[in-house]
Design a protein around this ligand. Structure first.
Ligand code: PEP
Ligand code: MN
Length: 339
């Protein structure tokens, strides 16, 4: 439930309403805004009885929120959320377009070091690399696991780059949160609610990928789990969804980007690598995501994609990443002025 107050409402009115909500066993969330002040009610499992507020003259309107998410919605938080990564890089709102790049999987110290050196040279601030790889087949490379985390930790210390990696099970969250700057929840785990709850307990930025067959509503409800836990630092990531089309690995749902931005205040980035599965489509789709308003991209790149242990066919060569980074810089400058 959302209680919208009149302009004339005083601080005392706000306090009284909050007290009533608390007395009813729910949690009040103040939502200050330029145009209106509102108080959200969270913690209810069903319909909230609004009788205690009926005759309150400070209240303009009571809106019953029937969607499975609240905190992620613009009703509860009208302004764009800007998430700060590693205390220095911002994503969301009017922040500069964020580029995250790196191999699908951490394979060796040398592979990650070579990638990091290239990213530094190219001005890419965040390195991606999977230590735990949730692969479709158990016969595929499963990642270096803890060894991979140590490599990422070492590389970020040596280079000053920020690092993101996927966390696949609730028990691993504290360790992974210690070793990297940003946690990733993969598409296959978007509805692993114990995992979402656990990353909600940290204050680390979380990239939440859209599930393979998840609707927009399900995706936002998953983000809600993390916010309800107390972690507001969520970045949504569209990575393609499953459709009848098999010509591309997934179907890139670029329309969801402006749509989700109209519903939610959270930053939204795009992963053109998993969305297409094809190296030659990665650049064009990354550029397209700028035009539809993405706040950044996450791209797979590898020093030797032909010999990558996972997702080689969709991983860019460094020269291709360099070209794309240049195009993104030019296009985002144009977009900022004209779109
Ligand atoms: C990945 O980023 O390497 C990955 C496994 O992505 P997704 O969860 O989107 O399939
Ligand atoms: Mn991958």
């Amino acid at each position: 439930m959302l209680i919208v107050l009149h302009h004339s409402a005083t601080a005392r009115d706000v306090e009284n309403i909050k007290k009533t909500i608390t007395r009813m066993g729910f949690k009040p969330v103040a939502i200050p805004g330029a145009e209106r002040t509102a108080i959200g009610v969270i913690g209810n499992k069903g319909w909230v009885d609004d009788t205690p507020f009926k005759d309150n003259r400070a209240i303009q309107e009571i809106i019953h929120v029937t969607k499975p998410y609240k905190l992620v919605s613009r009703d509860f938080h009208p302004a764009d959320t800007v998430v700060t990564l590693g205390g220095k890089v911002k994503v969301g709102g009017r922040s500069p377009f964020l580029v995250i790049a790196g191999p699908c999987a951490v394979e060796s110290r040398e592979q990650v070091m070579r990638t990091a050196a290239f990213l530094k040279k190219t001005g890419v601030p965040v390195l991606r690399g999977g230590a735990y790889k949730p692969r479709t087949s158990p016969h595929s490379f499963q990642g270096l696991r803890e060894g991979g985390l140590d490599i990422l930790d070492e590389v970020r210390r040596e280079t000053g780059l920020l690092v993101v990696t996927e966390v696949v099970s609730p028990e691993h969250v504290p360790l992974v949160a210690e070793k990297v700057d940003i946690l990733q929840i993969g598409a296959r785990n978007m509805q692993n609610f114990d995992l979402l709850t656990e990353v909600g307990r940290t204050r680390k930025p979380v990239i939440l990928k859209r599930g393979l067959s998840a609707t927009l509503e399900e995706w936002l409800a998953s983000a809600e789990y993390i916010l309800v836990g107390g972690n507001p630092n969520v970045i949504l990531c569209e990575r393609g969804i499953r459709t009848f089309e098999t010509a591309t690995r997934n179907t890139a749902d670029l329309a969801v980007i402006p749509l989700v931005k109209s519903i939610s205040h959270l930053p939204v980035i795009f992963d053109p690598s998993h969305a297409t599965g094809k190296r030659r489509l990665v650049g064009p789709m990354a550029l397209a995501s700028v035009v539809v308003g993405a706040h950044g991209v996450m791209v797979e790149a590898h020093p030797d994609p032909e010999h990558a242990l996972s997702d080689g066919p969709q991983s860019l060569h460094f020269r291709e990443l360099e070209k794309l980074a240049g195009q993104l810089t030019a296009l985002t400058a144009y977009a900022k002025k004209n779109l």
